[in-house]
Design a protein around this ligand. Sequence first.
Ligand SMILES: [Zn+2]
Length: 1007
Amino acid sequence: MIRLVCSKLLLFVLVGSALAPHAWADGETPPGRDPKQPVDEPYTEKIHKYTTEPVFTSPLVDYLPASNNVPTPQAVLGDIAGAPGILPYAEDVYRYMRLLEKATPRVKVYSIGKTEEGREMIAVAVSSEENLKNLEENRARLSKLADPRTIKLDDAEADKLVAEAVPIYYITGTIHSPETGAPTALMELAYRLAVDESPYIKEIRDGTITLITPVVEVDGRDRMVDVYKWHLAHPKQFYPWLVYWGKYVAHDNNRDAMGVTLKLTENVLNTYVNWKAQVLHDLHESVPYLYDNTIGDEPYNAWIDPILADEWQVIGWNNVSAMTKFGMPGVFAHGDFDTWSPGYLMFIAALHNGISRLYETFGNGGADTEERTLEPEEYARTWYRQNPPLPKVLWSQRDNNNYEETGLLTSLHFFTENKQRFLKNFYLKAKRSTLKPSEEGPAAYVLPGDDPRPGLQAEVLHALQRQAVEISRSRSAFTVTLPAKKAKEPAKGKDKKQEKSEPPARTTREFPAGSYIIRMDQPYSRIADALLDHQYWSPDDPQKTPYDDTGWTFGELFHVQVTRVTDRKVLEVAMDRATQIHAPGGVKGEGTLFAINNNAEPALATLRYKLKDAAIEAAEESFESAGKKFNRGSFLVRNLSRADLDRAAAELGVQVTALSAPPAVKTHPVRAARIAFVHTWLSTQAEGWWRMALDKLAIPYDYKSTQAIAKTTDLRSKYDIILFPPVGYNAGVNAVVNGIPTAWGNPLPWKNTPETPNLVGKNDATDDLRPGLGWEGVAHLQEFVARGGVLLTATDTSSLALSLGFADGISTQNASKMKIVGSVVGTRLVDEASPIAYGYDEKVAAYCDNGPIFSLSSIAGQRGRRRLGAQMHARPTGRGSLDDPDFAVGRQEVAAPEEPRSEVWESPPVLAEQQRNGFRVIPPSLRPRVIFRYADAKDLLVSGLVEGGDEIAEHPAVVDAPSGRGHVVLFSINPVYRGETWGTYAMVLNTILNFDNLNAGRKDAVQ
Ligand SMILES: [Zn+2]
């Protein structure tokens, strides 16, 4: 019998157990405590005290088993897991996990790496003593299942391994720092799994190794705990929002599983892959009360194994079913999360032959118990949510922990009960990945050995290596057959006879020796396929609100050549595994002048900053020398020893040619510009990706908030260029200039104090987050440009700069039906002589997320507009046909002058009528210069979703607007994003290096 300490508790247990006998009379192990094992009564009493409604718990977590030697979370927390007012720092969580490790052989703690700010990340293994003793033998078995090539794809051998292996279920907590509940839930979960002797838990412990990373975003966790502590110390005041989570990004830390650019992604990925885990289950908090988004909504990612889609359904519905039986409201598995993008942390498992899972539970963003009122759509009953959440409820951190633990325990139990099936699937998925060339294709992706951008090529390959993808390199040249492109069906109503032609022939392509081959007959072929292939999201897709980016094709975004090869002969090419991939670099040839070809590789900018004392110039025209062709913008380096240059160039993968004589070509200096980098206090994420890119390239900058800009006079004497990267959330003039209202409320400090020792880290601080750029800051920026500085903006800060009148002759227009949701789009080079375009070809793919639609005009203050006539493909109503014009009755016909024509991206020519007293006509030398434009509508889509693309097609994508003695360079695309857009980095870097010569090659209109 259960010993009860108070009557409230009695009622509680009866409510819970009333359901149990009926629900579990099916031969399955019933959940619930072992009556023979004593309960930790004070702890259990507090569980009940902090749980706000009896239905918010389950027989799995409404008690805590007692132990003589193993400490409960109370040992570190001073109260139970989920207690109000208690939010542990990561190091407290780790301290507890290490206490467990000391107290029981059922727990082991592993350090899995450090964060950007040097904090530790851990993984905690919980299982039976025997399983943990035999970890290495077990790992050997799992490794064979993970790589079926090691057992020659022998199913009988796999079955033997499946029977003997113990599977690994990997759980990760609090990647999103304001989602605070997971660490305490996972502390208590580890205790339960180690201590509880109930048959239900014992089965999990004996059958599965549970691996736990209790805090994924460790830097952000410590900041969040600081903010919460500040709130507890100032209970009557508003508290600061979490403006920084990790060093670089906030919520996007869960969008990094493609590029693997953040330490947290790398550490979790390595742990997942090295342990050969079967599941990666990531914990989030935003939806009442438990949304298991494993099933989610369509479209599903097109590269996953269909076996995984089935596993999502099976596990997800079991989860709902188990918790429904407990009577817990608000548990569901189907909802508005689509499973298209592989950027989520959990998706590491999906594309490495495991099972990805994610919970959204309900958190209060801290440990306060609060009354919460839901939206009607949140509490409505739907077909997939028969027992919906309650409209209004008192909600505690303990309630949240109850849901998290109950969900995880039922999942772990179901997974253990079916472990042979899931282990077999794990093997089958790996086997099918390995058989990809013959079963489904492609056979390989090939990156040619003569790509003009070997540095960028190496970046793509490094990203694949971080994903544990094997890369090979061909020993000699080889040829593959490429599939014939499908003949286009003649359009309806067209003359079919005329358009009918011979079916297109297959083509072949030769690749030189040293080409990189990514074979698809390897266990992790699916992640390589997903990253290198093209995406197509139909505008007619029933899913109208993509959850995240719709396109990401790495070859396109890195501006390197990637060929999808279906010809299986490619696998027979003589090749070696390439482990150390580094672009070749160094000095070749004889001479004291050194030339570096410019192919828009970011390493050139790194080199410029690294070689502080070298005199470097850019050639304004292409030239030939030493038997080589050098593009516009190529570097000419003087005043540097060959040895120094050779060392730097070898390290950076930059190829240098020594010349015996200077080429006869116009040049200008390439200087290491002094950079100010502006951020707001509204959000630091979009700019965080820019910071990360500059840090990776070792390009120094001063990081300044809008408030600091407001306080800094004479910016021009301190800086050459100011980068104002996107703010995010379409922050407009009001938000950026005025900030958050200060007329009421209290200051919201972001600085280190005894209560908040971790807030500032390596970023920035302020006494009050609320004030914005202010009109003084606007004036300082304007003065900076007027005095010859360059202001570079992108997406929403471009719109901001235009709204503030920083540039004449550019307007933005609102899209009415355009939908470009995180897609890869085509751009076209318009002005190849501009330094911003140095090293680029005519076609460049770029990342666009409904970028602002720019139009140009040569008339100050006038919006770019189209005139009736040829440009509109229209004529007024009247007699005749489209090309046989109207006439006026009763007089002779008078011919109209030819209407001037211009392209969509150009300023319409200035008309004679506009020249009359034309004080608004911008002098030709001061007009905006279009460097890149969006491709024509039919070529706009490269990857992802483009709907209504004609609204932005052909409009400017990158514009250089002279302003005062300086320039404003405006991007409609986002050239620096999530570590995935290396191909467009050089547009920004070119602007930086040529800040004082942006007018090079400029051709002005005659009038
Ligand atoms: Zn989240």
